[in-house]
Design a protein around this ligand. Structure first.
Ligand code: G3H
Ligand code: 13P
Ligand code: ZN
Length: 342
């Protein structure tokens, strides 16, 4: 069962010039599209579930969909991660549900409070063999259950919200987190920049120096592909001025500056929505969900394949990560040890 923690993935990604794609899952078609792409590219994968996804799908359903994906592709290294966990209670629930990695996002709290909640989550998670991602600095954009800042206000004052490299070092030392989500100019959602899209590469470089060996995570990494925005707008949608992070900047953050985990949700939503709109507009008599969800799933496969290969450079890395996992003695969170022993 190649369900694993993120540890063997980040061990290799840290200085390997690639990042692990972390994709948000909310239903079967999205999950299948991501898995099929990773299998075709022989890529490691982090499937992440937000609080909103747990609420929408009922995690029991998502758990079985993810388990089916793991069963279908035993050759792939896969981690299940809680995205933007906001309380230690939720972290505990996810550990009990079998997550191999969790995020505790205390970035909207005052600094000392962020340290407190993160350190507590780390203590709880490590006791069960689960890895913890924390966040320091503020991202723009607002999504369901994720605290963020208004895009316009964010862009105007971005310097003030970026992760402080010295503070990051203190935060790492005092929380013992396993990876850190950093604010480097990205935002959640489809409207990331009003003006020029620009990541703060110098911040990544400085944080890599002040926090050696700490894998860095980039949230808000959707590139908002123009082909999907065009389809949405052509077929009845209204998403003018949608703008993402240019792919060459994501590739640079990963391959030159060493970001280890790249979070993508918006692009999955866009691919699915664009294709559904296209079918509805061009085949008005269509009412079989398989005939509009299917093309959406196909669009996700091609888009994710492209990202894994050309942007994240993680294609072909699955085998090496499996070997690293063996080398580490196949450590699994306590949930899986219990399941195995039963
Ligand atoms: O970063 C946020 C993710 O895109 C999850 O969004 O809370 O709407 O599921 P959500
Ligand atoms: P996007 O909105 O850019 O896809 O970011 C997703 C994310 O950061 C999930 O945690
Ligand atoms: Zn995020």
């Amino acid at each position: 069962m190649p369900l694993m923690t993120t540890k063997p993935m980040f061990d290799l990604a840290y200085s390997g010039g690639f990042a692990v794609g972390a994709f948000n899952v909310n239903n079967m078609e999205i999950t299948q599209g991501i898995i099929e792409a990773a299998a075709a590219e022989k890529s490691p994968l982090i499937l992440q579930v937000s609080k909103g996804a747990r609420k929408y799908a009922n995690f029991r359903y998502l758990r079985h969909i993810i388990a089916a994906a793991v069963e279908e592709h035993p050759e792939l290294p896969i981690a299940i991660h809680l995205d933007h966990g906001d309380t230690v209670e939720l972290v505990k629930t996810c550990i009990a549900d079998g997550f191999t990695s969790v995020m505790i996002d205390g970035s909207h709290h005052p600094y000392e409070e962020n340290i407190k909640v993160t350190a507590e989550a780390v203590k709880v998670a490590h006791a069960s063999g689960v890895m913890v991602e924390a966040e320091l600095g503020m991202l723009g954009g607002i999504e369901e259950d994720v605290v963020g800042l208004d895009a316009e206000e964010y862009e105007k004052n971005v310097e003030k919200f970026l992760t402080d490299p010295q503070q990051a070092a203190d935060f790492y030392k005092r929380t013992n987190c396993d990876s850190l989500a950093v604010a480097i100019g990205t935002s959640h959602g489809a409207f990331k920049f009003k003006h020029e899209a620009k990541l703060a590469f110098d911040r990544i470089e400085q944080i890599m120096k002040t926090c050696p060996n700490l894998p860095l995570v980039m949230h808000g990494s959707s590139s908002v592909p123009q082909e999907f925005i065009d389809l949405v707008n052509k077929y009845g949608g209204a998403m003018p001025n949608a703008k993402g992070v240019p792919e060459d900047q994501i590739a640079m953050a990963v391959q030159k500056y060493g970001v280890c985990k790249v979070n993508i949700d918006t692009d999955l939503r866009l691919a699915l929505t664009a294709k559904i709109r296209e079918v509805f507009a061009t085949k008005p008599a269509e009412f079989d969900p398989r005939n509009y969800l299917g093309p959406g799933r196909e669009a996700i496969v091609s888009m994710v394949r492209h990202k894994l290969k050309a942007v994240l450079n993680s294609a072909g890395k699955a085998d090496a990560i499996m070997k690293q996992w063996e080398k580490l003695g196949k450590p699994l969170p306590s949930y899986y040890k219990q399941v195995k022993a039963a």
